[in-house]
Each structure stands twice: as C-alpha cells, then as structure tokens.
Design a protein around this ligand. Structure first.
Ligand code: C2E
Ligand code: CA
Ligand code: CA
Ligand code: CA
Length: 279
C-alpha cells in the first residue's frame, strides 16, 4: 500500500496541483461573482461612416473583482465557457444590455442598436431562442435593435444546426452578426447560406490596412461581396484616421474602435451621447 501511495503521488506534480486548484478557485469565484453582482458591462460605440453619428453599441463584459480590480473578459470567459457558467452569465449580460439600452432611450437619448456576444455554449442551449424572446418581452426592447454577435467557428461547427437556430432567432426579428470575420473560415460562399445581417471585420485585418497591401484588397473584396449579399459591414478595432479613411472610401458602413472611443461604463456613454459626439 505504501508503494502504491508513492506511485500515485507521481501523478500530482506541484504545478498540476496548483493549476487544478487555481481552476477550482476561479470557478468558485466566478460563481460568487455572478451571485454578488461583480460583473459589469462596458459599451463601445459603433459609428455610421456616412453621418458620423453613433448608431449602436457593443456590450463587453468586465469583472469588477473586489481585490484584483477590473478583469478583462479574456481572463475568465474561457473558464466560464468550459464550466457552463457562461449560460447564466450570458443571460445576465443579455438582460442587462437590453435594459441599459432602454434606459438610455428613456433618458431622452437616440434610439440605438445594442450588440451582445453569444458564446458557443449558449448557442448550443435548447432554450436560447426562448431566453432571447423572454428578455425582449421583459425589457420592451424592439427586436430589430438587438444584434447578436456570433463567431464564424461557432456557426461553422454544425452548419445545418446553426442555420436552423439562426432562422429561429431571425424570426424573433433580431439582427445577427458574424464576429471576428477574417480570422476563421472566412468563406464568403458559406455566408449566402446564413441568414445574417452584419459582418464584423476583425481588428487584425483592419490593423494591416494600408493602400496596396494585401489586406486592403481583401477588406475591399469582403465589403463589396457582403453588400452584394445584402449584408452590412462593421470594421472593428479602428485606431487610426488612415484606417478610417480607407474604410470610408471602400464603402464600409460602420466603424468601432479606439479612434472614436474605447468601451466605457454606461454613465460615460450617456455623457458621450448627450454631447452628441460625432466622428
Ligand atoms: P470581441 O467580441 O471581438 O470584442 C472586441 C474587443 O476588441 C474588445 O475587447 C474591445 O475592447 C477590443 N477593441 C475595441 N476596439 C479596439 C481597438 O481599436 N483596438 C484594440 N486593440 N482593441 C479594441 P474585450 O472587451 O477585452 O473583449 C475581448 C473578447 O472577449 C471579445 O472579443 C469577446 O470575444 C469576449 N467577450 C467580451 N464580452 C463578452 C460577453 O459579454 N459575452 C461573451 N460570450 N464574450 C465576450
Ligand atoms: Ca464581438
Ligand atoms: Ca470581434
Ligand atoms: Ca475578437
């Protein structure tokens, strides 16, 4: 028995122990965070390139940790996804974002579209469509002002299933976006089969944009192809005037990025809207 015990011990190196423990600790903390209102949404404006006006917002999750401060989503979304906690957290995100949008409207500000990210785990939930319908009903947000963002890999894993779910969501009247376009399959031919309204060109593309570069040609092709399919294009991660000018010249519909504004807490967004800030 002593020998066996020693052998068993070999499997538990200090580093494995630590990471397993850290995971467990994080999972417990995530659960605690949801129960104790430690999550908060920041919002990033989306600006119409023709008018220069804010037409939408993307809701982006942050964790206001009592000791560690504001934690960005990349540090905990993965674990939330693995543990399934993203399902209740995601429902909270959707409800909060829709409520906030209606609150801005009630405060006399322009009617805006609100973008909400959906994770793979949420997308595979049987009651997703019901959940979205309930939130729309409860908050009173007109469905066409909700824009659900899905990644390419999420819809490409099981195309037939994805199309069925997307059609159900479209029946509610909500808008659907393909997020991070250009980082995954990027198959424009597939796009025809998906009932989507918006393509969001990934930041990695936008960053490389300069006249004559390959990426410039690709962005140009993506935009014209999307338009031919009746799909609107939003460029993400726009940081410079040059990028903005290029996108504007190439008929991109909207931009989102640090050039106009970083994601901000609801209060600061409200000030920005009140000032009527334009591009
Ligand atoms: P994403 O959906 O692609 O969101 C855009 C990310 O780019 C955001 O990072 C945003 O702050 C950042 N960004 C925007 N403009 C610029 C820019 O001009 N330059 C640079 N360098 N970055 C810019 P964030 O908020 O850290 O979110 C990271 C990712 O975490 C998101 O990528 C999304 O995949 C995930 N995420 C965020 N919020 C949620 C959520 O509510 N639900 C789910 N499922 N995932 C979320
Ligand atoms: Ca997104
Ligand atoms: Ca994105
Ligand atoms: Ca991204």
């Amino acid at each position: 028995a002593k020998e066996l015990g020693r052998n068993n011990c070999q499997f538990y190196t200090p580093s494995m122990n630590e990471s397993a423990l850290e995971r467990l600790r994080m999972e417990r903390h995530l659960r605690h965070a949801l129960e104790h209102d430690e999550f908060v949404l920041h919002y990033q404006p989306q600006v119409d390139l023709r008018t220069g006006r804010i037409v939408g917002m993307e809701a982006l999750l942050r964790w206001r940790h009592p000791e560690r401060g504001l934690i960005p989503p990349n540090e905990f979304i993965g674990l939330a996804e693995e543990t399934g906690l993203i399902v209740p957290i995601g429902a909270w995100i959707l409800r909060t974002a829709c409520m906030q949008n209606m609150a801005w409207q009630a405060a006399g500000l322009d009617e805006l579209r609100i973008g909400v990210n959906l994770s793979a785990r949420q997308f595979s939930q049987k009651n997703l469509v019901d959940m979205v319908a309930t939130v729309l009903q409860d908050t009173g947000l007109p469905p066409h002002r909700l824009d659900l963002e899905l990644t390419e890999s999420l819809v490409m894993t099981d195309v037939d299933h994805a199309i069925a779910v997307l059609n159900d969501l479209r029946s509610l009247g909500v808008q659907l976006s393909i997020d991070d376009f250009g980082t995954g399959y990027s198959s424009l031919s597939y796009l025809k089969r998906f009932p989507i309204n918006v393509l969001k060109i990934d930041r990695s593309f936008v960053q490389e944009i300069a006249p004559k570069s390959n990426d410039a040609a690709i962005s140009d092709a993506i935009i014209s192809m999307a338009h031919r399919l009746g799909i609107k294009v939003i460029a993400e991660g726009v940081e410079t005037e040059a990028q903005c000018e290029f996108l504007s010249r190439n008929m991109c519909d909207e931009i989102q990025g640090f050039l106009f504004s970083k994601p901000l807490p609801a209060k600061e967004i409200e000030e920005l809207l009140r000032e009527g800030q334009r591009l």
